[in-house]
Design a protein around this ligand. Structure first.
Ligand code: PLP
Length: 389
């Protein structure tokens, strides 16, 4: 973060063009390297499964500390391929939080499996073992813990439940790549590398974003890796011999080239997001009715989003107040998944209300968060948030 000396009191000139995510500034800082990497792919003609893809696969295996990474076309595909590779039967139940992006549950219903939606922790926004346990039935086959907004779910008790009931764990790590979970024995493992299969997204605004769509699946199991690779490649293990009905999902070489430039910088990006979050935390205390995001003890936080809770029905008014000051904000997420038209009748547990999810959808608001802030911008944002209260 640049160290311009500006305080919340000294912000008469508003910074211009404040964005939720500043991809342009991030690009500018590595322009020559990225331009060259893209040009190399174009000149090589190796657009599909070229050397850049293999390099990225190896780099991500190393970063996550896993045996197998299978790059694919996007994060939604990653989740779908993961569930397809587990050989589930129509009607099998998969437990998923009701407070998440639609993709986490969409792929369950798409495969004619039954999404079972459960509530989340009001402070970390993450799914908890106790909520999962209450939802387990003899038809339950898998759990999709979603590591929300940049920190890990508390995985140790979730793993214990999965072992006890023979359930698969597919982590939705689209928002939290780079976060580290610490087990009670001191073992530190990256999110995505904790369960049977991890899935992530390289959508441009994610912490590790491509310049288009991209995704990856990872596992430590050789058998699962073979199955995942097969499903992602038209169900074939040998060319033109199709063992199962699969799909076509690839990370293209140009996106891999961009990701190869960004992966070595990911830790730095996460540090700068944390610094911005520290600044928000320090300057947004003591406001009646505003809760800053909780940090879980056994997980680092990579702040994909910096999400406040605003009580008393004032969230939308705060958003308007910020908008008038030229500050964008987002509501992740405004509607519980069980209230979405698409899921009517598909949820196995047929819920119509989960109190925490319902409350969060009314109270959450995410402030601008990225790796390229200067302090004057952060000072301006906290000043405008404070002036609302
Ligand atoms: C972004 C996201 C996805 C989907 O990723 P795409 O690459 O957009 O398909 C899935 N789950 C969560 C929680 C996400 O935030």
């Amino acid at each position: 973060m640049a160290t311009t000396t500006s305080t919340p009191e000294n912000t008469s000139v508003p910074p211009t063009n404040i964005q939720m995510v500043d991809l342009k500034a991030q690009y500018t800082a590595m322009q020559e390297e990225v331009d060259q990497a893209i040009l190399d792919v174009v000149r090589s003609g190796a657009f599909i499964n070229g050397p850049a893809v293999k390099q990225f696969q190896a780099g991500l295996e190393d970063f996550l500390g896993v045996q197998h990474v299978i790059p694919c076309a996007n994060g939604t595909d990653a989740l779908q391929i993961a569930l397809m590779a587990l050989g589930l039967e129509p009607g099998d139940e998969v437990i998923v939080p009701a407070f998440t992006y639609v993709a986490s549950a969409e792929i369950i219903a798409l495969l004619r499996l039954s999404p079972v939606m459960v509530d989340v922790d009001p402070r970390t926004f993450n799914i908890r073992a106790e909520d999962i346990e209450a939802a387990i039935t003899p038809r339950t086959k898998a759990i999709i813990p979603v590591h929300m907004f940049g920190q890990s779910c508390d995985m140790e008790p979730i793993i214990a439940l999965a072992n006890e009931h023979s359930l698969h764990i597919v982590e939705d790590n689209a928002q939290s790549i780079g976060a580290v979970y610490t087990f009670s024995d001191g073992r530190r493992v990256r999110t995505g590398a904790i369960g049977d299969i991890g899935c992530t997204s390289f959508y441009p605004s994610k912490n590790l974003g491509a310049y288009g769509d991209g995704g990856a699946i990872n596992t430590n199991s050789k058998e699962l890796a073979d199955e995942l690779r097969k499903v992602a490649n038209h169900g074939q293990s040998r060319r033109y011999y199709h063992d199962v009905v699969g799909c076509n999902s690839r990370l293209d070489s140009i996106q891999a080239a961009v990701l190869n430039c960004k992966l070595p910088r990911l830790e730095g990006y996460c540090d700068r997001r944390r610094q911005a979050a520290d600044y928000y935390d320090a300057h947004l205390q003591g406001l009646e009715g505003l809760l800053t995001p909780a940090r879980q003890e056994n997980s680092t936080h990579v702040f994909h989003q910096y999400t406040l809770r605003i009580d008393g029905g004032r969230r939308d008014a705060l958003q308007e107040h910020l908008k008038a000051a030229g500050i964008p904000s987002m509501i992740y997420y405004p509607v519980p998944l069980y209230d979405q038209e698409a899921f009517r009748g598909t949820a196995a547990n047929d819920i119509d209300f989960l109190p925490v999810t319902d409350l969060l959808c009314k109270e959450v608001i995410s402030l601008p968060m990225h790796s390229e802030f200067d302090e004057a911008t952060l000072a301006y944002i906290v000043d405008k948030v404070r002036s609302f209260f």
